[in-house]
Design a protein around this ligand. Sequence first.
Ligand code: SF4
Length: 367
Amino acid sequence: LRPEAALPPLATRRVSRKIMVGSVAVGGDAPVSVQSMTTTLTSDINATLQQIAELTASGCQIVRVAVPSQDDADALPIIARKSHIPVIADIHFQPKYVFAAIDAGCAAVRVNPGNIKKFDDRVGEIAKAAGDAGIPIRIGVNAGSLDARLLKKYGRVTPEALVESALWECSLFEEHGFRDIKISVKHNDPVVMIEAYRQLAAQCDYPLHLGVTEAGPAFQGTIKSAVAFGALLAEGIGDTLRVSLSAPPVEEVKVGNQILESLNLRERGLDIVSCPSCGRAQVDVHTLAEKVAAALEGFPAALRVAVMGCVVNGPGEAREADLGVASGNGKGQIFVKGEVIKTVPESQIVETLVDEAMRIAEERGLD
Ligand code: SF4
């Protein structure tokens, strides 16, 4: 058992209603799930399915597709049928696409009933259609599209405004007896976003979809999301999440999974424990760590690999790793569970670590 696996969770999970997004449970005692959104034109069925396949392979559990046109709505039946993970249709303003998505077999719809009410009040019909089909709806309030009435009331996009907006949107469905809902209240500022989710968590029992909207390019967006999600998940708040990055969606999934693994909310997969390097290092630790990570990407089980720049502290610092290397004098000491098992030339470090990882996989009955 990994030492961290024996630790108690950081917080008691907030009690939320459990909903089903296709085969994936969200809320209640279900594990926190990772979502992403395709960047292809949904009407380009092949490209969209290709991207969904890539997302699925990277560990995405639920995928959302944008449906801004009839062509996109027409593509939904094939996409929903062929995707290996549940597909959520993301719809604004147009009730007809909501009905199309439900008929197409989508696992859920993201729609804000406030928009529908404003333009074509068919909220009751949507509630009935979704209820009959047994699919949930995500109400997604975003800072950028906050209702003008609330903007006027609060003067700016505050946590209170986001929460009031979300609960008002929910009430439009609740009036029709529909409560198969999950909610997001996204803002690009993690401080506002964290407070909004805290308030929302205290005021309802709907499952919550975490997101920092328009988080930015990969580096900035990763940090903003990790900080915001980390704070909330460590308080037991959050049932599913999407990391929004101005980057390929597979990167969003990798970051989301890593956030969950970091908090022990998901079993850790490949965990590279590499030293930061210092004046004692006798090898380029940064390059070596990158090479080891690349060579072991997709390893089929939890594996912690230590990459240490010198033999002074190497094995000792990484005693809890499954295996590792400590470099020195053009060689690498390969160690397993803190014990040096062999020394190899620097050029053979990566392949030796891969061989040892495969041996561990075999021992564990994995291929
Ligand atoms: Fe420095 Fe060695 Fe520690 Fe790496 S393992 S930080 S090289 S002392």
